[in-house]
Design a protein around this ligand. Structure first.
Ligand code: NDP
Ligand code: OXD
Length: 313
């Protein structure tokens, strides 16, 4: 079936078996090549990639569609050989979305129910009861109301949190007050007790969360970043954590990953960090999304969730 093309998979080594098994189920007739074992480069029509090496795209003259293994595609844009003019499709699949909502809810609860403080008390052998604040008196502000932000907002709305959201375009989401653009960012921040960052990394959002933004939050606010490390100015965040302006930060993503062992975040008393696991793409459901898009491509229909390079996401 080489006439119909082959799919090149590049994924972390420990996940190759799960992905190849899922691809074999969803696309039984599609030859799968595991990078760097490309065989005939002219056969490669589709590529499903996570963090491609700098030269990965060299010689792939027949490539027609590039799929990102993750919702973010900044790892593809960072590749110097990424060809222009070939559609890039970001990952949208139900388990990736569900996992993010779980991560967000878990960390909102951490701060709303003061689990960070109880953990600190336990280490000190202190038995102390703090006031319990109702969810409807706790304001959660979500930056980025796309697939991840909306799914998280839906669950938080069911839990009665007071919800605000910030995005580029106005939203109508039950139980959420929508704020738009730089002109409404200040109003959004001033009311936010727990800030959830679920923006994509783009020229407009890189280092958006800086000292000035952090200062506009109420003193003692919390920050949850599952978008990308580079959305946040790290030295400014450390300064805000040290001063107590930000009372705690749950961080899943970083400028450099893995986070260097000497980085202050590792041992900062008010940082809870995880190694980019807010949510992981689930191969069986992800390959359904890929297979459906390949079918659409072959039938000449528009692909779903193509990155808009003009817009930056
Ligand atoms: P979407 O493209 O669906 O949503 C992006 C949202 O951000 C939209 O609401 C968009 O606004 C908003 N936005 C983008 N640029 C701006 C801007 N300049 N100003 C205001 N709002 C802006 O992305 P997803 O929800 O699928 O994913 C978001 C990000 O989450 C990914 O790019 C990835 O970096 C991260 N992620 C991290 C994971 C992890 O494990 N840590 C797992 C999965 C995702 P509008 O709606 O108006 O267009
Ligand atoms: C991501 C992902 O984009 O894991 O970070 O999907």
């Amino acid at each position: 079936m080489s006439g119909a093309g082959a799919l090149l998979l590049k994924i972390d080594e420990h996940r190759v078996a799960a992905w190849t098994a899922a691809l074999a189920d969803a696309l039984p007739d599609m030859p799968i090549r595991i990078w760097p074992d490309i065989e005939d480069p002219n056969e490669i029509r589709y590529a499903l990639l996570w963090k491609p090496s700098a030269t990965l795209f060299e010689g792939l003259e027949s490539l027609e569609v590039i799929f990102s293994v993750g919702a973010g595609f900044d790892h593809l844009l960072a590749c110097p050989t990424l060809p222009a003019g070939i559609p890039v499709v970001r990952m949208v699949e139900p388990e990736l979305t569900a996992g993010m909502a779980e991560y967000v809810v878990f960390n909102v609860l951490r701060y709303h129910r003061r689990m960070d403080q109880y953990q600190h008390f336990q280490r000190q052998g202190v038995w102390q009861v703090l006031d319990q604040i109702p969810a409807h008196d706790t304001t959660v502000g979500i930056m980025g109301l796309g697939v991840m932000g909306v799914a998280s907002a839906r669950v938080l709305a069911c839990m009665n949190y007071r919800l605000l959201g910030w995005s580029r375009t106005r939203k109508t989401i039950p139980g959420l007050q929508s704020f738009v653009g730089t002109e409404e960012l200040g109003q959004f921040l001033a009311q936010t007790r727990i800030l959830v960052i679920l923006l994509p990394l783009s020229r407009d959002t890189r280092k958006l969360i800086d000292r000035d933004v952090l200062r506009q939050l109420p003193r003692g606010a919390f920050l949850i970043n599952a978008g990308r490390g580079e959305l946040v100015n790290q030295p400014d965040l450390i300064e805000a954590l040290d001063s107590g302006q930000i009372a705690g930060a749950a961080l899943d993503v970083f400028d450099d990953e893995p986070l260097p062992s000497e980085h202050r975040f590792w041992r900062h008393p008010t940082v809870a960090l995880t190694p980019h696991i807010a949510s992981l793409t689930n191969p069986p459901t992800a390959v359904e999304f890929v297979a459906e898009n390949i079918e659409r491509h072959r039938a000449g229909h528009p692909l779903r969730y193509v990155v808009d390079f003009e817009r930056g996401y």
